[in-house]
Structure formats: structure tokens, C-alpha cells
Design a protein around this ligand. Structure first.
Ligand SMILES: [Zn+2]
Ligand SMILES: [Zn+2]
Length: 448
């Protein structure tokens, strides 16, 4: 999270549109100079936005705000005309719940209809603005709307929703006042989960901030223990990360070490982001690589802790430590990796959430979201269940998608190669110990 530039931070705002209360909170919070800097200014953001930030999927999912802000009514119209019918999970050869990280602009209840709109069988959402500290409390009205919408659209909030935590929260924070602010924000999210009947809560483990890793990991675990005591049932789900350096959670060992210190083991889990895993050096491309990676995960962390997936291909090559989500099959992972995942019995009944880019250039040159991409990717992934990976059907699909992503892959490969060469030059002068740090420095393009 530390590598998001201030410009990018502003790209995403949350439910200020048609949400008076939030808008007010925004204005009042801008009295602090620090907060006013990060307070989203939608009109400016639109102009500053580049297509490049498409890669920042976790942010991109909230960008629906722009059109909605102008035409709040479009929301309901949109929801009534699904882009794809939902596949009954019972009709699949394996019970895979595939969805996407949808917008909760206007209130968490809208995430439910946004998920139904794209034919998702699971979904992720932000429970509040993921980029500011002050948020209005969850009203009973919004809570009831969310619960009723889940009922109406037949989503199990407990099993198949996977909220994503705030990017501001770093549970490894050493500074006492910042740590208490982080805890407050974290706990508030967990409380929202419990009010909404949500069982799983996904978050980024945190950053060492340059301090000793074991102590940082102990701080995360201590915050988790405290939060578990303050709540009843929600499971805190650690997301694996792509980056190196100060980032915690790019190795299975980091996740193991956090879990080891968690007292209530049934309150902690792991979400594997396929792009992050691959970029962090956990290969999934071939069935053999997939099996080895999952065996290592089981041995080091334990498959019983696996609760969810973020399904993303990777624009960046293996072990590059870069977090650049690609559309399924178009990246360096390729469709074969997703075939392995979709056909693995152990992954049944978990939320599997796309965070792939859906931004496109519209006819006027402005960036627009095309949610059809998610609707189609959900169907694509579902079609892989039980498909023969040696079949022409599979190979044609896989090749077409690889061709689609070829130029983007070579563009990022180029960047990585240049950086590796530069690092090697520096490395020959400096000590090897600085390697980790260098690897962590992403470009402006990098996402969380
Ligand atoms: Zn994430
Ligand atoms: Zn990511």
C-alpha cells in the first residue's frame, strides 16, 4: 500500500455519491490539513485519471462512481438488466463460487445488485471508503437493505462475500497513535461484517515500515487477537502479497508466522491472490507447478486456513514482485493456471473474486468501465470446470487470450528486464543485502 502515489490515492473515492452523510463527513474532515490532502475531489480526479491505472484493479472496482454520481438513477436501471445470467452453482461439476470485486458506491446494499448484474456467485466489496479514516457508521437502514438484497438475490453473506479492508490500515504499525488508529479502522470493519452477517474479512497483512520483521508480525498478531476478543465470529483473512522489501505476506512463511501467534485459530484464514502469488515467486502455470505451490502452501501455512481467492492473471512476469493484475488468460499465468484452480476440489465453496481490469477507453477518449468483461470472465472460468485441458476448445481459448495480452506482457517484461539490468549494475557495486529493498520499488503504475 505504501507504494501508491498520492495521485493514485485520489483516483478512488467511495460512497460519497448520493450519500449526504458521507459528503458531510468529508467536508468536516477536511479541516485537518492532512486529511484534506487525501479527501477525494471527484472532478479533479476524472481529469487526472489515466488508462494506465487500469492495472490497479482493487481501486478500479470503485470507479463506477463517476457516471453514477451524475446519474444516480442509472444504478437501479443497470441492476435490472443483467449482463449475464447467474449460473446455478449446483449445475457446475464443482461448486465454485466465482464473482468479482464490485462497487459499493451509494451503500453496501448496492454491491449485491452489482454482483447479480454481472452474474456473480460471490462478491467482494469495500465496507466503507478504503482511503479515508472517517466514515459515517453503518445505518440500520443500509444494513437491512444489504441483508434483504442478499436474500432476494440468494447470496450467502456469510459464505460468499469477501469484503476488502482499507488500504490505510497497517496492523504492523509501530507508532502507538497510528497503530491505535489502524486498529480502530480495522475493528470498525469487523463490526460492520458482523452487523451484515458477513463471516470473512480480507485484508493486507501490512508493512514492517523498515523495522524488524518478527516484531512487525507480532504486532499484527496482537492486533488480530485484540480484534477477535472484541468481536464474535468474523474470520480475519490474510491476503498474500506480491511485493518484496517491507511488505508482509509475500511469503507463505510470513502468513504462517502471523497465524502461529493468533490465539483463536478459527478466526484467522488466508486468501490467495493468484497474481500476487505468481509475482512473489509461487508458480501456478503448469499442473505440476500448481501442485507444488499448493503442497508448499499446505505444508507451510496449512490448507485448512485457505478461505478465499482473488482470481487475477499477471501482467508482470514470474517472481517480479510487481502487482499488476491482468485479465484472465491474457497474462503471464495463462489460462492453464486457472484451469488447475477451477478443477481443484479443495477450493469448492469459497468466494473466488475477480479483480481484473475493466477500464476501457470510450469513444470520447475518456476511461469507462466495461462490466461485461467481468460477466464474461466469470462464464469463462466456469466453463473451465471439467473441461479437458488437452482439447482444441481449451487450447484455442488459451491461445486467443495469450495473443490478446501479448503486447502488454512484452511492455511490462521490458520494464522488468531494464530494472533487473539496472539492479545488477548497482548490485555489482553494492552489497547483496540491499536486493530485497530494491525489488520493492515499483513504478508509478504499481497497485496494492
Ligand atoms: Zn487486496
Ligand atoms: Zn493486487
Amino acid at each position: 500500500m505504501a507504494r501508491i502515489s498520492p495521485r493514485k490515492r485520489q483516483v478512488v473515492s467511495y460512497n460519497e455519491d448520493s450519500d449526504e452523510a458521507t459528503a458531510k463527513a468529508d467536508r468536516s474532515s477536511s479541516t485537518s490539513s492532512k486529511k484534506s490532502k487525501s479527501a477525494p475531489l471527484p472532478s479533479k480526479n476524472t481529469g487526472k485519471r489515466k488508462l494506465e491505472s487500469v492495472a490497479e484493479v482493487e481501486q478500479g472496482s470503485q470507479d463506477t462512481i463517476q457516471p453514477k454520481r451524475r446519474k444516480p438513477k442509472a444504478k437501479t436501471e443497470e441492476s435490472t438488466m443483467p449482463l449475464a445470467e447467474r449460473t446455478p452453482v449446483s449445475s457446475l461439476k464443482k461448486l465454485m463460487y466465482i464473482g468479482a470485486h464490485v462497487s459499493a458506491a451509494g451503500g453496501v446494499q448496492n454491491a449485491v445488485s452489482n454482483a447479480a448484474h454481472i452474474g456473480a456467485n460471490s462478491f467482494a466489496l469495500f465496507l466503507k471508503s478504503q482511503r479515508k479514516w472517517d466514515n459515517p457508521p453503518l445505518s440500520t437502514e443500509i444494513r437491512d437493505l444489504f441483508i434483504n438484497n442478499c436474500k432476494e438475490h440468494k447470496y450467502s453473506a456469510a459464505e460468499h462475500t469477501l469484503p476488502h479492508g482499507s488500504y490505510l490500515v497497517n496492523l504492523a504499525q509501530a507508532d502507538e497513535s497510528k497503530a491505535s488508529q489502524a486498529y480502530k479502522g480495522f475493528l470498525d470493519d469487523l463490526e460492520r461484517c458482523e452487523q451484515l452477517g458477513i463471516k470473512l474479512y480480507n485484508f493486507h497483512p501490512g508493512s514492517t515500515g523498515g523495522e524488524a520483521r518478527p516484531a512487525a508480525i507480532a504486532r499484527i498478531a496482537a492486533q488480530l487477537n485484540k480484534s477477535h476478543k472484541a468481536t464474535k465470529s468474523v474470520i480475519t483473512v490474510l491476503e498474500n502479497m506480491a511485493g518484496a522489501g517491507n511488505v508482509i505476506g509475500s511469503t507463505w512463511e510470513d502468513l504462517r508466522d502471523i497465524i502461529a501467534l493468533v490465539e483463536q485459530k478459527d478466526r484467522v484464514g488466508v486468501c490467495i491472490d493468484t497474481c500476487h502469488a505468481f509475482a512473489a515467486g509461487h508458480d501456478l502455470r503448469t499442473p505440476d507447478a500448481f501442485n507444488k505451490t499448493m503442497a508448499a502452501f499446505d505444508e507451510i501455512v496449512g490448507c485448512k486456513y485457505l478461505k478465499a481467492f482473488h482470481l487475477n492473471d499477471s501482467k508482470a512476469p514470474f517472481n517480479s514482485n510487481r502487482d499488476l493484475h491482468a485479465n484472465i488468460g491474457t497474462g503471464f499465468l495463462g489460462l492453464r493456471a486457472f484451469h488447475s484452480i477451477m478443477n481443484h476440489d479443495g477450493f469448492r465453496n469459497m468466494p473466488m473474486v475477480l479483480e481484473t481490469p475493466i477500464d476501457k477507453k470510450g469513444p470520447d477518449g475518456k476511461t469507462v468501465e466495461d462490466k461485461q468483461i467481468w460477466a464474461d470472465e466469470i462464464k469463462l472460468l466456469e466453463s473451465l470446470i471439467g473441461m479437458d485441458p488437452e482439447s482444441d476448445e481449451f487450447n484455442e481459448k488459451a491461445e486467443a487470450l495469450q495473443a490478446k495480452g501479448a503486447s502488454e506482457r512484452s511492455r511490462i517484461q521490458d520494464q522488468v528486464d531494464k530494472k533487473t539490468a539496472k539492479d545488477a549494475k548497482k548490485g555489482s557495486k553494492a552489497k547483496a543485502g540491499t536486493k530485497r529493498k530494491k525489488k520493492s520499488q515499483g513504478s508509478d503504475e504499481e497497485s496494492d
